[in-house]
Design a protein around this ligand. Structure first.
Ligand code: 9MR
Length: 392
């Protein structure tokens, strides 16, 4: 029996995006050979890799288009990069019938030329969807919406097949303090509304079929600090991870975004127990978007920098003690680029710019940089765990 017209039109729509052919178009040759490592012997990546860990940062494309000092800093400090927006659906599928990979490709070529690895961010998220996609999902039946998700993941993960060490398959799927709970803690999203709660497992399965070498990661925010609603969220994460493992879902990593905020304490005991439970399930763990919102710290720069550094150290000391922890990625590396200054709830009350990242506006290494380096140096050796989890 022929499929109903609406299904046919959605499939035609997906095909007209050029999705299926694009999935196999670009191979590794297009991204250049993996070059010699660019990072300096005194860099964060050098300190991390001495313990079997990796350090890197999020990079925005516009910095690659002209800011030489920025590129040099990223080459000098990082062993792994991630695109802030260039691999999100909003950028890759700007309009029906168009796919756009040039910026993501340019960043990947930069990383490969510098011997750096890349994370992929992010396949299935409620945000950063192109404006035409939410209405399309709103009209789709569950089968049609699944088809669309499959084509999308095959397109982007297929384009970068073999190039990405880990993909954020789902991002921020649980509700936060004020989000309504849509069952099992899942937050409202066009994916949940159109496919149902099975969208999470399905996304992992599709990535695994498309690029089995990429570690499928659940990337989640607000699970790091010592406040009751985050502890409740941690419990939801653990129960959901257990259930996913029991169902045989091909998930290999849990990502803690780690947008730490100075307004909430870090409970080292709670954090340690949470990470241990994830490690005991056989999953790897990544810190994927680290920065420190310094709103609660004083205006004075020297005091503020010291408090930011101490805060990060309290977090990293526990995190890096967990054998399953593999990577530490900051959300950019250079203070002027932090998203925190643009966010209505994250801005400092004194109007000063946030000092959230390892390098200052002159690319100088800040106390946070030194705290991170010291944390890497004090960490146990993760080489054996990395080797075990690489195969996991
Ligand atoms: O920093 C990113 C910003 O430039 C983008 O406009 C925005 C929407 O795509 O996403 C920001 O990155 C977010 C990340 O993808 C997920 N966790 C929270 C990050 C900061 O908002």
């Amino acid at each position: 029996m022929p499929p109903p017209p609406s299904r046919r039109s959605i499939l035609a729509g997906a095909a007209s995006l050029g999705l299926a052919p694009a999935a196999r178009a670009a191979g590794p040759a297009g991204f250049g050979p993996l070059g010699r490592p660019s990072w300096a012997s005194d860099s964060l990546q050098a300190a991390a890799s001495a313990k079997g860990l990796m350090y890197g940062c999020e990079v925005p494309f516009h910095r690659f288009d002209g800011t030489v000092a920025y590129r040099q800093a990223v080459a000098r400090e990082c062993g792994i990069l991630v695109c802030g927006t260039e691999m999100k659906m909003e950028e890759v599928l700007p309009a029906p019938g168009r796919s756009e990979f040039s910026r993501g490709d340019a960043i990947l070529r930069f990383a490969r030329a510098n011997g750096q690895r890349m994370r992929g961010h992010t396949l299935v998220w409620h945000a950063a969807l192109p404006p035409w996609v939410a209405p399309l999902l709103g009209r789709a039946s569950p089968v049609q919406a699944e088809d669309f998700m499959r084509r999308w993941i095959e397109t982007v993960a297929g384009h970068y097949r073999g190039q990405i060490v880990a993909w954020d398959v789902v991002n921020e799927i649980l509700g936060n303090e004020t989000d309504p709970d849509r069952g099992g803690g899942l937050r409202d999203s066009p994916w949940l509304a159109s496919i149902g709660p099975g969208y999470v497992d399905l996304a992992f399965r599709i990535l695994h079929e498309t690029d089995p070498a990429a570690a499928g990661t659940w990337n989640e925010d607000a699970v790091e600090q010592g406040v009751p609603w985050m502890e409740a969220k941690r419990t939801k994460v653990l129960r959901r991870l257990e259930a996913m493992r029991a169902r045989g879902v091909p998930i290999r990593r849990f990502g803690l975004q780690s947008h730490l905020t100075s307004t909430i304490p870090i409970d080292q005991g709670q954090l340690r127990r949470f990470l241990r439970e994830i490690g005991q399930m056989g999953l790897g763990i990544a810190i994927t978007e680290l920065d420190i919102d310094d709103r609660a710290f004083p205006s004075d720069v020297a005091t503020r920098d010291r408090k930011v550094a101490d805060f990060a150290r309290r977090y990293l000391d526990v995190a890096l003690d967990e054998p399953a922890l593999l990577d530490v990625v900051t959300w950019d590396i250079y203070d002027p680029d932090t998203w925190l200054n643009d966010h209505p709830y994250r801005k400092r009350p004194d109007g000063l710019a946030q000092r959230a990242l390892p390098l200052d506006a002159q690319y100088r290494r800040k106390p946070l940089w030194h705290a991170m380096k010291a944390a890497f140096q004090a960490a146990p050796d993760h080489t054996a765990a990395r080797e075990r989890l690489r195969r996991g």
